[in-house]
Write a protein that binds this ligand. Structure first.
Ligand code: SOE
Length: 387
């Protein structure tokens, strides 16, 4: 495989994980990083051992050595950074949500298609080996016709009023919890069942209408030291949400998301119920897939390549009993994107070789989040997902 040269824009919480996953592939070289200032870019470059640092993203994008960028900036910068990268013909791997709203997501999707660049969005949970297995099982009818999907995505890192991150600010977008983690849940369910959500009904709740904003910036999951200076900041977005779903094929669903549920760290959970059987999975126990049956004992499929369907076995890199988790799924996703690039494929001509979420999936996700937010703002009325 030829070496692909890549760069990181935005080195907050998730950016370094993108870089680590890309480096594990062995044929990706990380050549540059851009931060919000030259000083912060240099600090990140030395910490992550990246040779070049830029104090703004435009300068990085002008570097001819860079072929691909990881856009890991705060949500409000997703559009300008991605559009500037597309204009210069760089391939883009964008963190989710793709955009603040569906109109911006459509703009990025259309521009990326026109320019012919490779575009991807990091809906990483799809690439856990057991999620790949679940997709095969649903697709070949092991569960029978699916009628109900349910679950949630609960976290606790914003449980206290002095927990703080840019996601709480107005610029982060009209939805917080649903856009940040509900987007993953809906993407995963749509991917596993090959079904599209048609209508939603939602309620949003803000537990803390104001929060203590520290004077210095703080990354996701980092806690207050207790001695920082802060100011009270009004928060308009949801701390938790409850959502009902109707799908185009008649399936029904429901999920809850929360960033204020003590004890839940990154609790993405889902269950799929069909006429014959059910399956269930918890992201925090990623090597176990529950199988529910009516007239036979229930079971657990433990991740083991030899027990997985041949077509997706390569998503498990280690033998049974050797756990694989979040970082490995991320590596699997990036392997699909970077090999597509290294092999010189085109998004238009090689559609059948795309095995990663694209800006089309990012746009779909923005449309769903928008409908959920609209429903909640209207007081909980069934609202169509407009695409
Ligand atoms: C914070 O809620 C966050 O880092 C999300 O932004 C990620 O997408 C999720 O994977 C983990 O939690």
């Amino acid at each position: 495989m030829r070496t692909v040269k890549t760069a990181l824009i935005g080195a907050g919480f998730v950016g370094p994980h993108h870089i680590e996953a890309a480096r594990r592939l062995g044929f990706v070289e990380v050549v540059a990083v851009a931060g919000s200032s030259q000083a912060s870019a240099e600090t990140k470059a030395s910490k992550l051992n990246i040779p070049k640092s830029y104090g703004n993203y435009e300068a990085l994008l002008d570097d001819p050595e860079v072929e691909v960028i990881h856009n890991c900036t705060p949500n409000e910068l997703h559009l300008p950074v991605t559009m500037a990268a597309i204009e210069r013909g760089k391939h883009v791997i964008a963190d989710k949500p793709l955009a603040l709203n569906s109109a911006d997501a459509r703009t990025m999707l259309e521009a990326a298609r026109k320019k012919g660049i490779v575009h991807a969005v990091t809906f990483n949970y799809r690439y856990n080996p057991l999620m790949q297995q679940a997709r095969v099982m649903v697709g070949r009818g092991d569960l029978g016709q699916v009628h109900f999907v349910h679950g949630g995505y609960l976290q606790d890192w914003l449980l206290f009023p002095n927990d703080y991150n840019w996601r709480l600010e107005k610029e982060g977008g009209p939805s917080r919890c649903v856009a940040d983690i509900g987007s993953h849940w809906c993407d995963l369910i749509g991917y596993l069942t090959r079904s599209r959500i048609s209508e939603v009904l939602a309620e949003y709740t803000t537990v803390f209408p104001t929060r203590q904003r520290p004077k210095a910036s703080r990354e996701a999951f980092a806690q207050s030291s207790g001695s920082e200076e802060f100011e009270e900041y009004p928060v308009g977005t949801e701390d938790f949400a409850s959502v009902l779903l109707r799908f185009e094929n008649g399936m029904r669903g429901t999920f809850s998301v929360s960033q204020v549920s003590a004890g839940h760290k990154n609790g993405l959970e889902l269950e799929i119920n069909g006429r014959r059987a059910s399956i269930g999975w918890k992201q925090e126990r990623p090597n176990e897939l529950w199988i529910g049956r009516r007239n036979e004992p229930n079971g657990w499929l433990l991740k083991d390549p030899s027990l997985l369907d041949q077509s997706i076995r390569h998503y498990a890199a280690l033998p049974g009993g050797h756990g694989e988790a979040w970082a490995d799924a991320f590596r699997n996703l990036l392997r699909n994107v970077y090999s597509f690039i290294a092999e010189g494929h085109s998004m238009e001509a090689d559609k059948d070789k795309i095995e990663f979420p694209t800006f089309a999936d990012g746009f779909e996700s923005n449309c769903i989040v928008e409908a959920i937010t609209k429903s909640a703002r209207a007081g909980g009325v069934w609202t169509k997902v407009l695409r």
